[in-house]
Design a binder for this molecule. Sequence first.
Ligand code: NAD
Length: 498
Amino acid sequence: MSATMSELKPYQMYIDGTWADSESGKTFESINPATGTPWAIIPEATGNDVDRAVRAAHRAFTEGPWATMTATERGKMLRRLGDVLAEHSEKLGFTETIDTGKLLKETRWQASYIADFFHYYAGLADKVHGDTLPIDKPNMWTMTVREPLGVVAAVVPWNSQLFLVAVKIGPALAAGNTVVLKASEHASAPLLEFAKVFEEAGFPPGVFNVVTGFGDPSGKTLTSHPLVDRISFTGGPDTARHIMRNAAENFAQVSLELGGKSPLLIFDDADLDSASNGVLLSIFSASGQSCVAGSRLFLHERVHDQLLERIANRAAQIRIGDPLADDSQMGPLATPAQLSNIQDTVADATANGATLVHGGRQPDALGDGWYYEPTIVDCPNQDIGIVQRELFGPVVSVLKFNDEQEAIRLANDTRFGLAAGVFTRDVGKALRVTKALRSGIVWVNTYRMVSPLAPFGGYNESGFGRESGMDAIYDYTRPKTVWINTSPDPIADPFVMQ
Ligand code: NAD
């Protein structure tokens, strides 16, 4: 059943403190992945719309109340933003669930937890400062001042929308920058709802803007715009290459949070109850649509068969269904393109010697939603596509190892390096393996932990730069060096020999 235009919820972009349609009047539909039907109508931004948003952000950075506000006042505004956000977490979570298919219990929790990120950066706003340098010259007072960069272009994908935005704009705004956010074409509505929270929190016009639309022209115009000083991108490596080329136009500083093919290593001395829960948490939470999904599972040969059976039995009990229902444990995939990519890759794996241990199909009786079963594939080696490529779905490739060195070698044999998990009771082994793993995050006897205090980011094709934590706020500033001559004497004529 398809909805008529009048049944679709209309959204507008948020530019310069006002709500706006695309100047072209063009729109596109947003689809509810649980039903496969359109539910909202989103403006399709043109290059001019994006230009208007960047100019508004630039004006807000150089003129007006934001430009002259003290860091302490900025901190207070961010604290208020966190408070207002917490009041609206139910509605924000609901919108994200309708737009992305992610479970309501998770989106609701995430929407309230991101208030903590804004509170954290609210506290840091007036704690970023420069230094006085013990300089190696007489009669010189030399210091650095930390300045914001200017206009930040934040570009995000469709999963964990509110979370991905909080880790970018929390530190960017706390440091005194202004922001133009490009929402994903697959899930724009949660961020347009989020802009209403900004409005309610009373931020001056232009400090935070949300544009919608597609990679080209919307994302491309934004990331190559001459008035953009910093690009903070989260998405896939192919798009990241475009972003780097776009940044060659404006020399904006760039940080990239990209995908992953994260290894989860389970040693034979691990607590196997905990480890099998860790597997479920790492790959089937959020239907595997997580950049840190533990999609390569390495089992010590002594526990391989036993654990595989346990995990398959648990996977068979996962309740797949309506993401709004409290008893659902796994929702649908967010786009039909993902579904067909996953189906093709699993078929390719079994044709190339892998064994399907569980799943591998769309569940019956769930209508036209883009659901896919939790899927476990036992793989003969790492050379097949399913082990190499990020799938962004509930599919885990299982491989066997026989000792610590082999586990490390196999885990590091990837182009990515975002996250990794290690399950063992041996502290020495945990520390040796953690040190050897080439990834930005290592979880030992746990998985998927995040916090406003803990830096987050990758190695290699998983990107560069870190979000969250103290470092992130410095990343949105640069030092200005000030030299002051304190000598009472005139400076010497440089062309007269002393
Ligand atoms: P994507 O790279 O296709 O799109 C991301 C954003 O980039 C979208 O808003 C899109 O419109 C925009 N875009 C596309 N072309 C552009 C261009 N030429 N110039 C500027 N912007 C452009 O990503 P996706 O498929 O929506 O999301 C999935 C990817 O995101 C996965 O690879 C996943 O691992 C990654 N991801 C990473 C993290 C992390 O923190 N490391 C978190 C979540 C998702």
